[in-house]
Design a protein around this ligand. Structure first.
Ligand code: PHE
Length: 342
């Protein structure tokens, strides 16, 4: 054992002193230590001379030595490999790298982030939900029972495996999920992608992005809704923009309204974007229907709430004067790089 220990210590010192860098020197190292007639084999042969009671200790010692030798050899080849490859193809490893160009944010993301940050100021938190929904969350709970004619307002993509599943047509489904959690008061906005079976054109697409909002507490009134939306419009489009509400119909709100803003392009004079009316519709809204609250287990005698929903594409088109909706999903870099850097 004494001899063996001394031998291993000597070889380790020898190996540590070796610094082969050329392929030939590294190969010589391999033959000397790891080859079929190399030192490792020879020293392994010493095992038969070790007394039985020392076999375990000797085995451990030799095995450690083997691992040490192999690792050292691997580190030589790796270092030399990088160096020779680089030299062979004429690369100077000390040169700085080529910088990767920074991308730009998608205009839809820019506008969505702005909408979110405006409502954050009013205490609305972001809530998200699944794009594949069931009938209950997308329709029934929102006071659209089966065969309700208003279901035709939104042409729906159904999932063929299960007639109960569909691609959500609005993010109102997320509002149902949040109301079901039962934590009140509730103040959320729900950004997300929604799907409707529409023919793709400059003004319509089979998917688009929405931000819907919901506020439920005691004594929430239509005045609160208007004030919230006035604040949004001022922050989003500036203080000069005019607002008007028109009565409308949604099964899940009562009363319901649509909100128009004065046209950002012609400032109310009349142009193609506002179809010569001076106004553009940007969102639907209303007081949450008591039946919707009850469907989610909320006491409609105690709580009231308002909801609103808008399409991000529409607002983005107005903001940047983009005339074709298809540009948003075609991923043409020439279009995309015109917007703010990431
Ligand atoms: N969910 C409606 C839509 O997608 C928008 C809306 C939301 C209307 C909330 C009123 C209240 O068209």
């Amino acid at each position: 054992m004494e001899n063996l220990r001394a031998l291993v210590a000597k070889y380790k010192a020898d190996i540590a002193a070796e610094q082969p860098t050329t392929p030939d020197a590294i190969e010589a190292f391999r033959i000397k230590y790891l080859g079929t007639k190399g030192l490792l084999k020879t020293i392994m042969g010493e095992m038969k001379n070790v007394a039985p009671e020392n076999k375990k200790e000797a085995g451990q010692l030799l095995n450690d030595f083997k691992v040490f030798t192999e690792n050292t050899f691997a580190s030589f080849t790796e270092a030399a490999g990088t160096q020779t490859n680089a030299t062979a193809v004429g690369i100077d490893l000390t040169l700085p790298g080529t910088p990767a160009p920074l991308g730009t944010r998608h205009p839809i993301s820019i506008v969505r982030n702005k909408i979110i940050s405006i409502f954050n100021k009013l205490g609305f938190a972001v809530a998200e939900g699944p794009e594949i929904e069931d009938d209950f969350h997308n329709f029934s709970a929102l006071n659209l029972p089966e065969n309700h004619p208003a279901r035709d307002m939104q042409d729906t993509f159904y999932i063929s495996q299960n007639p109960d599943w569909l691609l959500r047509t609005h993010t109102s489904s997320v509002q149902i999920r949040e109301m079901q959690k039962g934590t009140l008061p509730l103040r959320i906005i729900c950004p997300g992608r929604v799907f409707r079976n529409e023919t793709i054109s400059a003004r319509a697409h089979c998917f688009f992005n929405q931000v819907e909002g919901l506020y439920i507490a005691e004594n929430v009134s239509f005045a609160d809704l208007k004030q919230t939306l006035y604040f949004f419009v001022t922050e989003m489009f500036g203080a000069d923009v005019k607002v008007r509400f028109r009565p409308s119909y949604f099964p899940f709100t009562e009363p319901s309204a649509e909100m128009d803003i004065s046209c950002l392009i012609c400032h109310g004079k009349g142009c193609n974007v506002c179809k010569k009316t001076g106004w553009v519709e940007i969102l639907g809204c209303g007081m949450v229907h008591p039946k919707v609250l009850e469907n989610c287990g909320i006491d409609s005698n105690k709580y009231t709430g308002f909801a609103f929903g808008m399409g991000i594409e529409r607002i983005t088109m107005l903001n940047y004067q983009i005339k074709d909706l298809r540009l948003f999903s075609e991923n043409d870099v020439r279009f995309l790089k015109q917007f703010e850097s990431a």
